[in-house]
Design a binder for this molecule. Structure first.
Ligand code: SF4
Ligand code: SF4
Ligand code: SF4
Length: 357
């Protein structure tokens, strides 16, 4: 059984389990220590170094995200030296970063931008000269669902670790070294890799380096989204929780919502497959094939036709000659009624659902 311990952070007594992550414990207790590479769902990298703290009895500064909690620890989370170091690190990060927020799809929802405002890194106040243009940047727009721009990438590795450790795919890695490093999918391009488009990497990215393709270039700002609706994904029986960003009565983007059962993850269908809801070519009236062509009809005519045809087949060949396949694009309630109709009214278990395909 894990041991409950007491430590102090900036003089405040805090309780935690021995071995807990110090950065998480500090944040959970109201200490807003910065940090861009920390992501709860993945193992730690300690890449960005922004969460440096001081621990009494240890030399220098240590990254809180790589430090397990011990009883009796005396932690300094904020002092002038730590804040000056964090500001310097943020300045370095920004010097390698294409900070054109005005044209960026993450404007208003970005860890790097928050950091720049927090440490007042307006251009005139920066120490380090911007170098991102000289590095030579790459964009990969080959995937159907996402867009990668190395000029926005802070090399935190959250995407690669999320792909490997959360989705078990391991599609992403860091290519080149140092200031030149960037994310690559497979051996070159996203489209040629084993990526299945789940979007876990996009959700993990704290900046505008990975963006969902359906909203790329729309400059969809968090504050402009009228509603964020938590709902259950209709596509299969897992019941993943989704957060829909809705604007002008349209689903603009889908994020995995935290908590059980999916803890923010989704498959490709949940994250990128809900556009059917607002497709203009969606059927709104029943169609009946007449003389080899579909023609619009009324519900009365369509239902009479279906009932008559099903009755004829059942009378001639029995209920098991009939099978039904229903759609995840229908509501759960409609799907329930559909299978009930097949089992109870027609008398067969020949019924299936596209979520199993
Ligand atoms: S990634 Fe963030 S900081 Fe960089 S340009 Fe986009 S919004 Fe600005
Ligand atoms: S979309 Fe999913 S499978 Fe593809 S690279 Fe990102 S996390 Fe990996
Ligand atoms: S793409 Fe995003 S998550 Fe991946 S390394 Fe770059 S900044 Fe980090």
């Amino acid at each position: 059984m894990s041991e409950r311990v007491t430590l102090t952070i900036d003089g405040k007594e805090v309780q935690a389990q021995k071995g807990d992550n110090l950065l998480k414990v500090a944040r959970d207790n109201g200490f807003d220590i910065p940090g861009l590479c920390f992501y709860e769902k993945i193992s730690r990298t300690g890449d960005c170094r922004l969460c440096m703290v001081k621990i009494q009895g240890r030399p220098g500064m240590v990254p809180a995200c790589l430090t397990p909690v011990e009883g009796g620890m005396k932690v300094t989370a904020f002092d002038a030296e730590l804040e000056a170091t964090r500001k310097m690190l943020a300045d370095v990060l920004l010097s390698e970063h294409n900070d054109d927020c005005i044209t960026c799809d993450k404007d208003g929802d970005c860890g790097m931008q928050d950091l720049a405002y927090r440490y007042e890194l307006e251009t005139a106040k920066r120490i380090f000269t911007p170098v991102w243009k000289e590095i030579g940047q790459t964009q990969d727009a080959s995937a159907p669902v996402l867009w990668y721009d190395s000029s926005k990438c802070i090399k935190c590795e959250r995407c690669a670790k999320a792909c490997l450790e959360v989705q078990g795919k391991g599609v992403l890695s860091m290519a080149r070294r140092g200031i030149q490093s960037r994310v690559v999918a497979g051996t070159g391009t996203w489209s040629g890799s084993e990526c299945d488009g789940c979007g876990e990497c996009v959700q993990a990215c704290p900046v505008g380096a990975l963006v969902e393709k359906p909203v790329y270039g729309m400059r969809l700002k968090k504050k402009d989204v009228e509603k964020r609706v938590t709902t259950t994904c209709p596509y299969c029986g897992v019941g993943c929780q989704l957060e829909l960003w809705v604007s002008h009565n349209k689903i603009m983007k889908v994020k995995g919502a935290g908590g059980a059962p999916n803890e923010g993850s989704t498959c490709v269908k949940g994250r990128f497959g809900l556009d059917f809801v607002q497709r203009p070519d969606r059927l709104k009236v029943p169609l009946i094939r007449k003389n080899g062509k579909f023609e619009e009809s009324t519900w009365e005519e369509a239902l009479d036709l279906v009932a008559r045809k099903l009755g004829e087949v059942k009378a001639k060949s029995g209920p098991h000659a009939i099978a039904g396949l229903t759609s995840a694009c229908s509501t759960n309630e409609a799907n329930y009624v559909f299978q009930k109709f097949f089992r109870a009214a027609i008398g067969t278990n020949n019924v299936d659902h596209c979520a199993r395909l």
